[in-house]
Design a binder for this molecule. Sequence first.
Ligand code: DGL
Length: 284
Amino acid sequence: MEGPERIEYEDRSQAPIGVFDSGVGGLTVVREIIRQLPGERITYFGDTARVPYGSKSRETIIRYSRQIVRFLMTRGVKAIVVACNTASAYALEELRPEMEVPVIGVVGPGAKTAAEVTKNGKIGVIGTEGTIDSGIYTRFLSNLRPDIQVLGKACPLFVPLAEEGWLDGEVATVVARKYLEELCHSDIDTLILGCTHYPLLRSTIAKVMGESVTLVNPAYETAISLRRLLQEQGLENKSAWMTEYNSCEFFVSDAAERFQQFAARILHLTTEDTRQIPIEEYQT
Ligand code: DGL
């Protein structure tokens, strides 16, 4: 496709940060970016037509991610945050050389925090099948600390539970108990919430795992890494007036209204102008 016109910012520091996920989960990362970098604009894309990513092949995730990056570039973004663990695991390194702007994922920052937090060197990771099967967290953690032991568990039903808003209560607890049983009986002291949907179920997961296990949400460290990256590249938005929650724009590939309802619950801001776009058309 020829593609729509690309927005260009004369002063690149004024440009938004592109953030994407398979659906609504990446909003937990947006929430953290807003908290830590309130002066930045954000352009978010949630691939609501093609969620879940967690059970799809590497090739498919790379193709989807490439289309999304192409779309975000038309919005003039100055940096991209891959706010999806599955896409970070499968597509980030593949796409990085093709990127015209700096890009970060959530896996590196999540692994870094966990390696700092653990006392006994035994870390659990929960995520999608794709993220767990890729072994990406184990690789990052081993690079940081070769003595670390990692126990991974895919928890695919957490994604529809989060999307349905069933964050606590009986059903969420039963599902969490079933998935986390093995981790509960291991001696991990740290658990990485390796899927952007999972922080929404944090209280249920915490209850099941007990107080002896520290939960790590990679979003927190991702926002710190993003700030560092923007500083290093001279891309920080220093405009004093850009401090309100009016600086985000949202795009989805389907069901904009449903997305808006969800976003309102997570971000406590109005996302009424969420636009649906034909993401498949952003072919390379
Ligand atoms: N939010 C995505 C992640 O962090 C997973 C959800 C999905 O399966 O699409 O991996």
